[in-house]
Design a protein around this ligand. Structure first.
Ligand code: EPU
Length: 299
Protein backbone atom coordinates (compact mmCIF):
# COMPACT_ATOMS: atom_id res chain seq x y z
CA UNK A 1 0.00 0.00 0.00
CA UNK A 2 1.27 3.48 -0.84
CA UNK A 3 1.87 5.80 2.11
CA UNK A 4 -0.36 8.91 2.23
CA UNK A 5 1.24 12.18 1.02
CA UNK A 6 1.56 13.73 4.47
CA UNK A 7 3.74 10.85 5.74
CA UNK A 8 6.88 12.06 3.98
CA UNK A 9 6.14 15.75 4.32
CA UNK A 10 5.88 15.59 8.11
CA UNK A 11 8.41 12.76 8.65
CA UNK A 12 5.73 10.57 10.23
CA UNK A 13 7.10 7.54 12.12
CA UNK A 14 5.35 4.21 11.71
CA UNK A 15 4.70 1.92 14.69
CA UNK A 16 6.31 4.06 17.41
CA UNK A 17 5.71 2.74 20.92
CA UNK A 18 3.58 5.05 23.05
CA UNK A 19 4.39 3.23 26.29
CA UNK A 20 7.19 5.50 27.41
CA UNK A 21 5.40 8.60 26.17
CA UNK A 22 2.89 8.14 28.99
CA UNK A 23 3.61 8.58 32.70
CA UNK A 24 2.01 5.24 33.57
CA UNK A 25 4.26 3.49 31.00
CA UNK A 26 1.52 1.37 29.45
CA UNK A 27 0.29 1.08 25.87
CA UNK A 28 0.88 -0.13 22.35
CA UNK A 29 2.06 1.63 19.22
CA UNK A 30 0.87 4.52 17.10
CA UNK A 31 0.18 3.56 13.50
CA UNK A 32 1.73 6.96 12.62
CA UNK A 33 3.36 9.41 15.00
CA UNK A 34 4.10 12.98 13.91
CA UNK A 35 6.08 15.52 15.93
CA UNK A 36 5.48 19.02 14.56
CA UNK A 37 8.27 21.54 15.18
CA UNK A 38 6.18 24.66 15.66
CA UNK A 39 2.70 26.16 15.60
CA UNK A 40 2.60 26.79 11.84
CA UNK A 41 3.57 23.25 10.92
CA UNK A 42 1.00 21.91 13.43
CA UNK A 43 -1.74 23.93 11.71
CA UNK A 44 -0.62 22.77 8.24
CA UNK A 45 -0.50 19.16 9.41
CA UNK A 46 -4.05 19.30 10.80
CA UNK A 47 -5.27 20.90 7.57
CA UNK A 48 -3.62 18.17 5.45
CA UNK A 49 -4.94 15.37 7.65
CA UNK A 50 -8.45 16.85 7.55
CA UNK A 51 -8.22 17.14 3.75
CA UNK A 52 -7.20 13.46 3.58
CA UNK A 53 -10.15 12.54 5.88
CA UNK A 54 -7.65 11.08 8.37
CA UNK A 55 -8.40 11.48 12.07
CA UNK A 56 -5.82 12.30 14.76
CA UNK A 57 -5.27 12.34 18.48
CA UNK A 58 -3.16 14.91 20.27
CA UNK A 59 -0.51 13.67 22.71
CA UNK A 60 1.16 15.95 25.25
CA UNK A 61 2.99 14.64 28.31
CA UNK A 62 0.76 11.54 28.44
CA UNK A 63 0.02 11.94 32.14
CA UNK A 64 -3.73 11.45 32.08
CA UNK A 65 -3.77 8.85 29.40
CA UNK A 66 -4.37 5.10 29.20
CA UNK A 67 -3.36 3.77 25.78
CA UNK A 68 -4.66 0.36 24.65
CA UNK A 69 -2.08 -2.39 24.15
CA UNK A 70 -2.60 -2.80 20.40
CA UNK A 71 -2.24 -0.26 17.63
CA UNK A 72 -3.64 3.25 18.01
CA UNK A 73 -4.40 5.09 14.86
CA UNK A 74 -4.37 6.44 12.45
CA UNK A 75 -2.29 9.45 13.55
CA UNK A 76 -0.94 10.58 16.90
CA UNK A 77 0.33 14.17 16.93
CA UNK A 78 2.98 14.54 19.66
CA UNK A 79 3.41 18.14 20.76
CA UNK A 80 6.79 17.71 22.48
CA UNK A 81 8.63 19.63 19.71
CA UNK A 82 7.01 22.96 20.64
CA UNK A 83 9.55 24.11 23.22
CA UNK A 84 9.67 27.89 23.00
CA UNK A 85 9.75 30.09 26.11
CA UNK A 86 9.30 33.87 25.77
CA UNK A 87 8.52 36.82 27.98
CA UNK A 88 6.50 39.65 26.47
CA UNK A 89 5.59 42.49 28.80
CA UNK A 90 3.97 40.90 31.81
CA UNK A 91 3.22 37.63 30.04
CA UNK A 92 5.19 34.38 29.92
CA UNK A 93 4.48 32.44 26.73
CA UNK A 94 5.29 28.75 26.40
CA UNK A 95 5.19 26.30 23.50
CA UNK A 96 2.68 23.51 24.17
CA UNK A 97 5.41 20.90 24.65
CA UNK A 98 7.19 22.66 27.52
CA UNK A 99 7.07 20.51 30.66
CA UNK A 100 4.68 22.11 33.13
CA UNK A 101 7.32 21.95 35.87
CA UNK A 102 9.85 23.74 33.65
CA UNK A 103 7.27 26.49 33.12
CA UNK A 104 6.59 26.71 36.87
CA UNK A 105 10.33 26.92 37.61
CA UNK A 106 10.78 29.56 34.95
CA UNK A 107 8.04 31.70 36.51
CA UNK A 108 9.43 31.45 40.04
CA UNK A 109 12.99 32.12 38.78
CA UNK A 110 11.68 35.32 37.19
CA UNK A 111 10.06 36.32 40.49
CA UNK A 112 6.53 35.91 39.12
CA UNK A 113 3.88 34.65 41.53
CA UNK A 114 0.82 32.49 40.87
CA UNK A 115 2.14 29.43 39.02
CA UNK A 116 3.90 27.91 42.06
CA UNK A 117 0.54 26.35 43.03
CA UNK A 118 1.02 24.00 40.04
CA UNK A 119 4.21 22.51 41.52
CA UNK A 120 4.45 18.73 41.27
CA UNK A 121 1.86 18.29 38.51
CA UNK A 122 3.25 16.15 35.68
CA UNK A 123 2.78 16.65 31.93
CA UNK A 124 3.31 19.38 29.38
CA UNK A 125 1.69 22.79 29.48
CA UNK A 126 -0.56 22.12 26.45
CA UNK A 127 -2.08 19.04 28.08
CA UNK A 128 -2.29 20.83 31.42
CA UNK A 129 -4.31 23.52 29.65
CA UNK A 130 -6.60 21.01 27.93
CA UNK A 131 -7.37 19.33 31.29
CA UNK A 132 -7.27 22.49 33.42
CA UNK A 133 -4.74 20.67 35.58
CA UNK A 134 -4.56 21.75 39.18
CA UNK A 135 -4.57 20.82 42.81
CA UNK A 136 -5.73 22.02 46.18
CA UNK A 137 -4.28 25.52 45.81
CA UNK A 138 -5.24 26.42 42.26
CA UNK A 139 -5.44 25.39 38.63
CA UNK A 140 -4.27 26.46 35.17
CA UNK A 141 -7.44 28.56 34.83
CA UNK A 142 -6.09 30.93 37.51
CA UNK A 143 -2.96 31.89 35.57
CA UNK A 144 -3.81 31.58 31.86
CA UNK A 145 -4.12 34.81 29.94
CA UNK A 146 -4.60 33.40 26.44
CA UNK A 147 -3.99 30.28 24.38
CA UNK A 148 -3.08 29.73 20.74
CA UNK A 149 -4.62 26.71 19.00
CA UNK A 150 -4.07 25.11 15.60
CA UNK A 151 -7.37 24.32 13.89
CA UNK A 152 -8.29 21.66 11.30
CA UNK A 153 -8.88 24.53 8.86
CA UNK A 154 -5.12 25.18 8.92
CA UNK A 155 -5.53 28.44 10.86
CA UNK A 156 -4.06 29.48 14.19
CA UNK A 157 -6.51 31.15 16.57
CA UNK A 158 -6.08 32.94 19.86
CA UNK A 159 -8.55 32.26 22.68
CA UNK A 160 -8.80 34.33 25.83
CA UNK A 161 -9.24 32.88 29.31
CA UNK A 162 -12.99 33.60 29.13
CA UNK A 163 -13.33 31.82 25.75
CA UNK A 164 -12.00 28.61 27.30
CA UNK A 165 -14.87 28.18 29.82
CA UNK A 166 -12.62 26.53 32.37
CA UNK A 167 -14.23 24.29 34.96
CA UNK A 168 -12.93 21.64 37.35
CA UNK A 169 -10.42 19.64 35.22
CA UNK A 170 -12.03 20.70 31.93
CA UNK A 171 -11.50 23.32 29.25
CA UNK A 172 -13.60 24.00 26.14
CA UNK A 173 -11.37 23.78 23.08
CA UNK A 174 -12.61 23.75 19.46
CA UNK A 175 -13.18 20.28 17.94
CA UNK A 176 -9.95 18.78 16.59
CA UNK A 177 -7.80 21.67 17.86
CA UNK A 178 -4.24 21.32 19.14
CA UNK A 179 -2.94 23.78 21.72
CA UNK A 180 0.26 25.33 20.34
CA UNK A 181 1.09 28.10 22.85
CA UNK A 182 -0.05 29.03 26.35
CA UNK A 183 0.39 32.49 27.88
CA UNK A 184 0.41 33.08 31.62
CA UNK A 185 -0.13 36.43 33.28
CA UNK A 186 1.46 36.38 36.75
CA UNK A 187 2.09 38.89 39.51
CA UNK A 188 5.59 40.27 40.04
CA UNK A 189 6.81 39.40 43.52
CA UNK A 190 9.63 41.03 45.44
CA UNK A 191 10.31 37.82 47.33
CA UNK A 192 11.58 35.01 45.05
CA UNK A 193 12.74 32.99 48.03
CA UNK A 194 9.17 32.95 49.37
CA UNK A 195 7.88 31.61 46.02
CA UNK A 196 10.50 28.84 46.10
CA UNK A 197 9.62 27.97 49.69
CA UNK A 198 5.93 27.75 48.80
CA UNK A 199 6.71 25.49 45.80
CA UNK A 200 8.88 23.32 48.06
CA UNK A 201 6.18 22.92 50.68
CA UNK A 202 3.53 22.00 48.07
CA UNK A 203 5.88 19.36 46.68
CA UNK A 204 6.57 18.00 50.16
CA UNK A 205 2.85 17.75 50.86
CA UNK A 206 2.30 15.86 47.58
CA UNK A 207 5.18 13.47 48.19
CA UNK A 208 3.78 12.67 51.63
CA UNK A 209 0.24 11.90 50.36
CA UNK A 210 0.79 10.46 46.87
CA UNK A 211 2.87 7.59 45.40
CA UNK A 212 4.96 10.04 43.39
CA UNK A 213 7.83 7.58 42.86
CA UNK A 214 5.65 4.97 41.13
CA UNK A 215 4.57 5.06 37.46
CA UNK A 216 1.05 6.50 37.64
CA UNK A 217 -1.46 8.90 36.02
CA UNK A 218 -1.88 11.33 38.87
CA UNK A 219 -5.46 11.02 40.06
CA UNK A 220 -7.55 8.65 37.97
CA UNK A 221 -10.97 10.08 38.98
CA UNK A 222 -12.25 13.59 39.57
CA UNK A 223 -13.35 14.33 43.11
CA UNK A 224 -17.16 14.20 43.27
CA UNK A 225 -18.60 17.47 44.66
CA UNK A 226 -17.82 17.68 48.38
CA UNK A 227 -16.10 14.26 48.38
CA UNK A 228 -12.67 12.74 47.87
CA UNK A 229 -12.42 9.96 45.28
CA UNK A 230 -9.39 8.53 47.14
CA UNK A 231 -11.30 8.36 50.40
CA UNK A 232 -14.30 6.70 48.69
CA UNK A 233 -12.04 4.07 47.09
CA UNK A 234 -10.38 3.46 50.45
CA UNK A 235 -13.82 3.10 52.10
CA UNK A 236 -14.71 0.51 49.42
CA UNK A 237 -11.74 -1.55 50.70
CA UNK A 238 -9.86 -1.38 47.40
CA UNK A 239 -6.49 0.10 48.38
CA UNK A 240 -3.71 -2.33 47.45
CA UNK A 241 -5.97 -4.34 45.12
CA UNK A 242 -3.85 -5.79 42.30
CA UNK A 243 -4.64 -6.94 38.77
CA UNK A 244 -1.63 -8.34 36.89
CA UNK A 245 1.14 -5.80 37.46
CA UNK A 246 -1.26 -2.92 38.14
CA UNK A 247 -2.20 -1.95 41.68
CA UNK A 248 -4.45 0.56 43.40
CA UNK A 249 -1.96 2.48 45.48
CA UNK A 250 -1.81 1.42 49.13
CA UNK A 251 -0.90 5.04 49.86
CA UNK A 252 -3.64 6.95 48.00
CA UNK A 253 -6.81 5.29 46.68
CA UNK A 254 -7.14 7.56 43.64
CA UNK A 255 -3.82 6.41 42.16
CA UNK A 256 -3.00 3.33 40.11
CA UNK A 257 0.59 2.15 40.11
CA UNK A 258 2.21 0.23 37.28
CA UNK A 259 4.52 -2.19 39.08
CA UNK A 260 6.44 -2.99 35.90
CA UNK A 261 4.73 -4.64 32.98
CA UNK A 262 1.07 -3.75 33.62
CA UNK A 263 -1.28 -4.11 30.65
CA UNK A 264 -3.92 -1.56 29.74
CA UNK A 265 -6.68 -4.06 30.46
CA UNK A 266 -5.34 -4.68 33.99
CA UNK A 267 -5.62 -0.96 34.69
CA UNK A 268 -9.03 -0.69 33.07
CA UNK A 269 -10.30 -3.58 35.22
CA UNK A 270 -9.15 -1.77 38.37
CA UNK A 271 -10.76 1.49 37.26
CA UNK A 272 -14.04 -0.31 36.54
CA UNK A 273 -13.82 -2.08 39.89
CA UNK A 274 -13.49 1.28 41.66
CA UNK A 275 -16.46 2.65 39.71
CA UNK A 276 -18.63 -0.37 40.48
CA UNK A 277 -17.74 -0.64 44.18
CA UNK A 278 -18.06 3.08 44.95
CA UNK A 279 -21.42 3.14 43.15
CA UNK A 280 -22.57 0.08 45.11
CA UNK A 281 -21.27 1.13 48.52
CA UNK A 282 -21.68 4.92 48.50
CA UNK A 283 -24.16 5.43 45.65
CA UNK A 284 -21.71 7.81 43.94
CA UNK A 285 -20.77 7.72 40.26
CA UNK A 286 -17.04 8.39 39.84
CA UNK A 287 -16.07 10.40 36.78
CA UNK A 288 -12.76 9.60 35.07
CA UNK A 289 -9.95 12.09 34.79
CA UNK A 290 -7.93 9.57 32.78
CA UNK A 291 -8.71 9.39 29.06
CA UNK A 292 -8.66 6.02 27.35
CA UNK A 293 -7.33 5.53 23.76
CA UNK A 294 -9.16 4.10 21.92
CA UNK A 295 -12.37 3.10 23.76
CA UNK A 296 -11.03 -0.05 25.43
CA UNK A 297 -13.53 -2.73 26.40
CA UNK A 298 -13.06 -6.23 27.71
CA UNK A 299 -12.73 -8.92 25.03
N1 EPU B 1 -7.89 10.38 51.57
C1 EPU B 1 -8.17 9.19 52.17
N2 EPU B 1 -7.75 8.04 51.55
C2 EPU B 1 -7.06 8.05 50.40
C3 EPU B 1 -6.76 9.27 49.80
C4 EPU B 1 -7.19 10.45 50.39
O1 EPU B 1 -8.81 9.14 53.22
O2 EPU B 1 -6.68 6.97 49.91
C5 EPU B 1 -8.32 11.62 52.23
C6 EPU B 1 -7.16 12.50 52.66
O3 EPU B 1 -6.68 12.14 53.89
C7 EPU B 1 -7.77 13.88 52.64
C8 EPU B 1 -8.81 13.79 51.50
O4 EPU B 1 -9.05 12.40 51.30
O5 EPU B 1 -8.45 14.14 53.83
C9 EPU B 1 -8.31 14.43 50.22
O6 EPU B 1 -7.12 13.79 49.79
P1 EPU B 1 -5.85 14.59 49.26
O7 EPU B 1 -5.58 15.72 50.17
O8 EPU B 1 -4.78 13.61 48.99
O9 EPU B 1 -6.31 15.25 47.95
P2 EPU B 1 -7.20 14.68 46.80
O10 EPU B 1 -8.51 15.35 46.89
O11 EPU B 1 -7.18 13.21 46.74
C10 EPU B 1 -6.55 16.57 45.07
C11 EPU B 1 -6.35 16.53 43.58
C12 EPU B 1 -4.91 16.11 43.26
C13 EPU B 1 -3.96 17.08 43.94
C14 EPU B 1 -4.23 17.09 45.47
C15 EPU B 1 -3.36 18.06 46.24
C16 EPU B 1 -8.30 15.75 42.33
C17 EPU B 1 -9.02 14.58 41.77
N3 EPU B 1 -7.20 15.48 43.02
O12 EPU B 1 -6.38 15.24 45.54
O13 EPU B 1 -4.76 16.23 41.87
O14 EPU B 1 -2.62 16.71 43.70
O15 EPU B 1 -5.61 17.45 45.68
O16 EPU B 1 -3.49 19.35 45.74
O17 EPU B 1 -8.76 16.88 42.14
C18 EPU B 1 -4.88 15.04 39.81
O18 EPU B 1 -5.86 15.72 39.55
O19 EPU B 1 -4.37 14.25 38.99
C19 EPU B 1 -4.29 15.16 41.14
C20 EPU B 1 -3.39 14.30 41.57
Amino acid sequence: MVDPDWVQEYAAERGTSLRDLTTVHVGGVARWLVRPRDADSTARLLRDLAAAATSWRILGGGSNLLVADGEVGPVVVHMSGLQTVAMLGDELIFGAGVALQRAVNHATDEGLAGAEVLTGIPGQIGGALAMNAGGRYGAMADVVSWVEVALPSGDLARLSNGDLHFAYRTTCLPEGAAVTRVAWRLKPSADRAALKRRAGSILKEKNAAQPTQAWNFGCMFKNPVGQSAGKLIEAAGLKGRQEGMARISPRHGNFIENLGEARALDILKLMELCEAEVARGAGIRLEREVRVWPGLTFP
